[in-house]
Design a protein around this ligand. Sequence first.
Ligand SMILES: Cc1cc2nc3c(=O)[nH]c(=O)nc-3n(C[C@H](O)[C@H](O)[C@H](O)COP(=O)(O)OP(=O)(O)OC[C@H]3O[C@@H](n4cnc5c(N)ncnc54)[C@H](O)[C@@H]3O)c2cc1C
Ligand SMILES: *[C@@H]1O[C@H](CO)[C@@H](O)[C@H](O)[C@H]1NC(C)=O
Ligand SMILES: *[C@@H]1O[C@H](CO)[C@@H](O)[C@H](O)[C@H]1NC(C)=O
Ligand SMILES: *[C@@H]1O[C@H](CO)[C@@H](O)[C@H](O)[C@H]1NC(C)=O
Ligand SMILES: *[C@@H]1O[C@H](CO)[C@@H](O)[C@H](O)[C@H]1NC(C)=O
Ligand SMILES: *[C@@H]1O[C@H](CO)[C@@H](O)[C@H](O)[C@H]1NC(C)=O
Ligand SMILES: *[C@@H]1O[C@H](CO)[C@@H](O)[C@H](O)[C@H]1NC(C)=O
Ligand SMILES: *[C@@H]1O[C@H](CO)[C@@H](O)[C@H](O)[C@H]1NC(C)=O
Ligand SMILES: *[C@@H]1O[C@H](CO)[C@@H](O)[C@H](O)[C@H]1NC(C)=O
Ligand SMILES: *[C@@H]1O[C@H](CO)[C@@H](O)[C@H](O)[C@H]1NC(C)=O
Ligand SMILES: *[C@@H]1O[C@H](CO)[C@@H](O)[C@H](O)[C@H]1NC(C)=O
Ligand SMILES: *[C@@H]1O[C@H](CO)[C@@H](O)[C@H](O)[C@H]1NC(C)=O
Length: 537
Amino acid sequence: MEINVHSSRFQLCCLVILLCSPIIAFASSNPHEDFLQCLTLNSTNDTSISQVVYTPANSSYSYVLDVSIQNLRFLTPDAPKPLVIVTPVDVSQVQTTVYCSRKYGLQVRMRSGGHDYEGLSYLSGVPFVILDLVNLRTITVDAGNATAWVQSGATVGELYYRISEKSMTLGFPAGVCPTVGVGGHFSGGGYGMMLRKYGLAADNIMDAQVVDVNGKLLDRKLMGEDLFWAIRGGGGNTFGVVVSWKIRLVPVPETVTGFAVLRTLDQNATSLVNKWQFIAAQELPDELYMRVILQSYNGADGNRTIQAIFQTLYLGEADELLDVMGSSFPELGLTREDCIEMPWINSTLYFTGFSGQPLEILLNRSSNTKSYFKNKSDYVKKPISEPVLEEIWKWFFKADQGALQMILNPYGGRMSEISESAIPFPHRAGKIYMIQHITAWNNGSVEESAKGISLIRSLYGFMAPYVSKSPRSAYVNYRDLDIGINNEFGNTSYRQASIWGTKYYNRNFDRLVRVKTAVDPSNFFRNEQSVPPLTSW
Ligand SMILES: Cc1cc2nc3c(=O)[nH]c(=O)nc-3n(C[C@H](O)[C@H](O)[C@H](O)COP(=O)(O)OP(=O)(O)OC[C@H]3O[C@@H](n4cnc5c(N)ncnc54)[C@H](O)[C@@H]3O)c2cc1C
Ligand SMILES: *[C@@H]1O[C@H](CO)[C@@H](O)[C@H](O)[C@H]1NC(C)=O
Ligand SMILES: *[C@@H]1O[C@H](CO)[C@@H](O)[C@H](O)[C@H]1NC(C)=O
Ligand SMILES: *[C@@H]1O[C@H](CO)[C@@H](O)[C@H](O)[C@H]1NC(C)=O
Ligand SMILES: *[C@@H]1O[C@H](CO)[C@@H](O)[C@H](O)[C@H]1NC(C)=O
Ligand SMILES: *[C@@H]1O[C@H](CO)[C@@H](O)[C@H](O)[C@H]1NC(C)=O
Ligand SMILES: *[C@@H]1O[C@H](CO)[C@@H](O)[C@H](O)[C@H]1NC(C)=O
Ligand SMILES: *[C@@H]1O[C@H](CO)[C@@H](O)[C@H](O)[C@H]1NC(C)=O
Ligand SMILES: *[C@@H]1O[C@H](CO)[C@@H](O)[C@H](O)[C@H]1NC(C)=O
Ligand SMILES: *[C@@H]1O[C@H](CO)[C@@H](O)[C@H](O)[C@H]1NC(C)=O
Ligand SMILES: *[C@@H]1O[C@H](CO)[C@@H](O)[C@H](O)[C@H]1NC(C)=O
Ligand SMILES: *[C@@H]1O[C@H](CO)[C@@H](O)[C@H](O)[C@H]1NC(C)=O
C-alpha cells in the first residue's frame, strides 16, 4: 500500500488548524453559515436539500436529534449539540454533506439507528454535523437469489419484515433488538440468535456502497478488497459513510422453536449455568442457540435470588429440540409445554417480548424502552468454576434489584470455522462465550448515574481473572470508552489507540490502520474510538 507522506502530513496539519480555530480560518463569523451555503450551492437537487437540513432555529431540530437517541444518559440539555443535522433523501446529498463539512472544517458524526452505547453517533467535543441516514432505508429483497440490498438507515426489524414479505424460509443473522440500525450494526459485526449457525451479519455481506472522504461513491469493485474488508466490522465512522449493503440471506425452516426456561438458585441455577458453559458452544448443534440471561429478583418472601433464564432459538421443530435437550442437557428439565413453535419471523417478536403484536411493530423505530445504561463486554475461553459463579451472584445481591444483568452469549459453531482475519471482527475459535455486563437505572440524577457506572466498573474489575487476557477482548458494538480513547482532534498515538484497538480487533488492528491510512490519511472520519491513520502516530 503506497502512502504519500507529504500530502497526508499537510492535510493533517490543516485539519487540526481548521478544527481548533474555524473562525480564523474562514471569513464568516458564522462558519456553519458557510457550510449551509455550500450545501445549497453544491446540491445537485437544490429544491430538496433545504428540506433535510435542520439547525437549532428549526422547530423540529430537537425532535430529529432526540428521536433515535437510545441511551438516556446522553439525552440531556447540556450534552453537546450539532450545529446542523442533515437527513439525506438520496446519496448525492450524502456526498454533498461530506464535501461541505470537510471544506468548512466541521466534523461529521454519521448516525443510522442511534444505538451507540457511548452516544458517539450524535455527540462530539468539537463543532460537528450529524449526517443522519434515517431517510435512507430502502430494502430490496431478491428472494430468488437469496440476496438483498439494504440501506444503512434501515433497522434490523425493517429488514426482517421486508424479508418475510417475500419469503418465510429466508432470514438474516443480525441483532435481536429490532430498532438497531443496520449502518452501525454491520460496521461492528452484528449478531443475534443465529450466530452459531450463520455467523455475524458482517460475515454475510457481499457488496456495499460507500461515500469516501472525497465524496466519491464506491462499490466493492471500485473500493478494492482492503476497504471492503475494513468496513465489515472495523467500526463505524472511520472509513467512509456506508450508504448500503448487499447481503446474503440465509435459509430458515418453516417452523422454528423458542423457549425461555427460568431457574432460580433453589432450582439449581448454579450447576445449570456451570454445565451450560461446557455444552452451549461445544456440544449443541449449530441450529441451537441457547443464551443465558442472569439477573436477580426479590421473591414473594422478600428474599433475593438469582434467576438464570435459558433463552433459546432452535432452527427446527419442538420434537427434535426435545430429543437434543434430553440427551445433552437433561438437567434443565425442558418440557414440551416450554416450547413454542412458530415461523422464524415470529421468533424475532418472541425474543423482544412482542409476541402476539402485529408484525408491523418491527417497523416501529421507537418500540424499544429507553433507559440509562452502561454495558461492557468480555470473552470467556475457559468455563468459570461454580465457586466463582457464587462470588458473581454476590454482586447481584449487593446491587439494587434489576440494576445488574449479565447475558452469556455462546459462540462456537460457524463462529469457530471462520478465520480470525476473514473480517476485522476477531473473536472466533477458542472463545466459548461472550458476556455482556449490563447496568441500567431509571433516575438520571448525577448520584444514580455515578452509582450505576461505578457498579459496572467494579464488577468488570472483579471479572478480570476469569475472562480473556492479553488482550482482554471486547465487542466493538458494545462500545465502552473506559477501555481507552483517542486524543481529541484525532492526534492519537498508535500505541494509545492499540490499547482499545487490540481489544476490539486483536491482530486485525494493524491492517485496519493501514487501510485507514490509505483511504482517509487526514483522519476526517473519526471519533473517540475510530481506527487512526499512520500519519497521526
Ligand atoms: C437496545 C440495544 C440492543 C442491541 N442489541 C444488539 C444485538 O442484539 N446484537 C448486536 O450485535 N448488537 C446489539 N446492540 C449494539 C448495536 O449493534 C450497536 O450499538 C450498533 O453500533 C448500533 O448501530 P446503530 O446504527 O443503531 O447506531 P449508531 O449510533 O447510529 O451508530 C453506531 C456507530 O456506527 C457509526 N455509523 C452509523 N451509521 C454508519 C454508516 N452508515 N456508515 C459508517 N458508520 C456508521 C456511528 O457514527 C457510530 O460510531 C444493541 C444496542 C442497543 C442499544
Ligand atoms: C430531488 O429530490 C426530490 C425530493 O426528495 C426527489 O423526489 C427527486 O427525485 C430528486 N431529484 C433528483 C434529480 O435527484
Ligand atoms: C429550517 O429552517 C430553514 C430556514 O428557515 C429552512 O430553509 C429549512 O427548510 C428548514 N428545514 C426544514 C427541514 O424544514
Ligand atoms: C461541490 O463543488 C465543488 C466546486 O465548487 C466541486 O469540485 C465538487 O465536486 C462539488 N461536490 C459535490 C458533491 O457536488
Ligand atoms: C437472480 O438475479 C438475476 C439478476 O438480477 C435475475 O435475472 C434472476 O432472475 C434472479 N434469479 C432468480 C432465481 O430469481
Ligand atoms: C438439583 O440437582 C439435584 C442433584 O443433581 C437433584 O437431585 C435435584 O432434583 C435438582 N433440583 C431441581 C429443582 O431440579
Ligand atoms: C428468607 O431469608 C431468611 C434470612 O436468610 C431466612 O431465614 C428465610 O428462611 C428465607 N425465606 C425463604 C422462604 O427462603
Ligand atoms: C405470527 O405472528 C403474527 C403476528 O403477531 C400472528 O398473527 C400469527 O398468528 C403468528 N403465527 C404463529 C404461527 O404463531
Ligand atoms: C411505536 O412504539 C411506541 C412504544 O411502544 C409507541 O408509543 C408508538 O405509538 C408506536 N408507534 C407506532 C406508529 O405504532
Ligand atoms: C444494554 O443495556 C440496556 C439497558 O439494560 C439494554 O436495554 C440493552 O438491551 C443492552 N444491550 C443489549 C444488546 O442487550
Ligand atoms: C433520583 O435520585 C436522586 C438522588 O439519588 C433523588 O434525590 C431523587 O429524588 C430521585 N428522583 C426520583 C424521581 O426518584
Ligand atoms: C499531538 O501529539 C503530540 C505528541 O504527543 C503533541 O506534541 C502535540 O502537541 C499534539 N497536538 C495536538 C494538536 O494535540
